[in-house]
Design a protein around this ligand. Structure first.
Ligand code: SF4
Length: 344
């Protein structure tokens, strides 16, 4: 097994880091924004934004104070970490070196990743391993449900890698996982963050029919930037996915990153498009952090006041809940959002 580095990311065990390093041919770092060097190119300036009337600018080197997160630790954190390690579950929290692990795990929230740890897509912002995935593990729904029953959560977020090589994109495993978790954990609401299943309506419907309490699909970025940021996805296709969730009568959620090269007017346009296409209730917006220097560079640090403006605009457009802030991730405060929607 590959030896872990001396400076472990916050909250990571040496074993977990060694396992991850064996899978990732990339440098790992707990402080994602600080561990990258200067951007080789600014996508805004060099590729994506060729408007002559706008100044081109490069990423700012130093991570601003508002992006400092709590160091992981405490009884709740240790308890969740032990269950996750013992059951050898994959979490997005660890794979993405998420800066919120201290806070989320301390509150008993984690995002479980199913369908393995290797995806078929290679989005420029995502740190999940890309390649040929292992054979489908049909026992995974049972193991996930049993592990979650031990955790005693009130709300869980489950996501997956993209499995475009499977005829149904993994939809049956998704549906089985949701059913099993509902059976094993009667008091737990289930939030699923899924891919676009290449727009396959039958596959999407199989997930909808399993009735997760919240169904989420991330737009990730504004329309103009899709070819560079999500080359294997399509803006209109993602809107159609959200529309199908809503037609199925499910609470619908989406999320985007800020600071990867978008402009404010394009963010507002995306809000309008999502509301018009789907009537989604929940929107999350958070600062993009470059996982490694092999990923897309950070274009700008978005100020907390700017995030507050996004939130006001989202609520004015009819979103019921908008979580918008530098450290927000799609699953950040997910249990609170579920409670607020339920009127709690
Ligand atoms: S924000 Fe999501 S990915 Fe990050 S630690 Fe919390 S639950 Fe995990």
């Amino acid at each position: 097994m590959t030896q872990p580095p001396a400076n472990l990311p916050p909250g990571a065990s040496a074993d977990a880091v060694a396992r991850t390093l064996a899978r990732h041919p990339r440098p790992l770092g707990g402080d994602t924004a600080r561990s990258v060097g200067p951007a080789a190119v600014s996508l805004t300036g060099m590729v994506l934004n060729n408007r002559p009337d706008e100044p081109h600018h490069r990423a700012i080197g130093r991570k601003p104070d508002w992006l400092r997160a709590r160091v992981p630790g405490g009884a709740g954190y240790e308890r969740l970490k032990t269950i996750i390690d013992e059951h050898r579950l994959h979490t997005v929290c660890q794979e993405a070196s998420c800066p919120n692990m201290g806070e989320c795990w301390g509150r008993g929230t984690a995002t479980i990743m199913i369908l393995g740890d290797t995806g078929t897509r290679s989005c420029g912002f995502c740190n999940v391993k890309t390649g040929r995935p292992a054979a489908l593990d049909t026992d995974e729904p049972r193991r996930v449900a049993e592990s979650l029953a031990l955790m005693g959560l009130t709300h869980v977020v489950i996501t997956s890698v993209n499995r475009d090589e499977l005829p149904d994109g993994g939809a049956e495993i998704w549906a089985e996982t949701i059913r099993r978790v509902h059976e094993a954990c009667p008091g737990m609401s289930v939030e699923c963050l899924v891919g676009d299943f290449l727009g396959d309506e039958r596959a999407i419907q199989a997930v909808c029919d399993a009735r997760p309490e919240i169904l989420s699909h991330n737009m990730e970025t504004v329309k103009r930037m899709h070819p560079a940021v999500r080359p294997q996805a399509k803006y209109e296709r993602s809107l159609a996915v959200l529309a199908q969730f809503k037609r199925s009568g499910l609470v619908t959620k989406t999320g985007i990153m800020a600071g990867i090269g978008e402009r404010d007017d394009e963010v507002l346009e995306l809000m309008d498009d999502v509301r018009a296409a789907s009537g989604a209730e929940i929107l999350t917006i958070g600062q993009y952090l470059q996982p490694t220097r092999n990923h897309l560079p950070i274009d700008r640090w978005v100020h907390p006041d700017q995030f507050a403006m996004y939130r006001r605009e989202a609520l004015a457009r009819g979103f019921t809940v908008c979580e918008s802030g530098p450290l927000v991730r799609s699953s950040y405060h997910a249990e609170e959002q579920a409670r607020r929607l339920a009127g709690g």
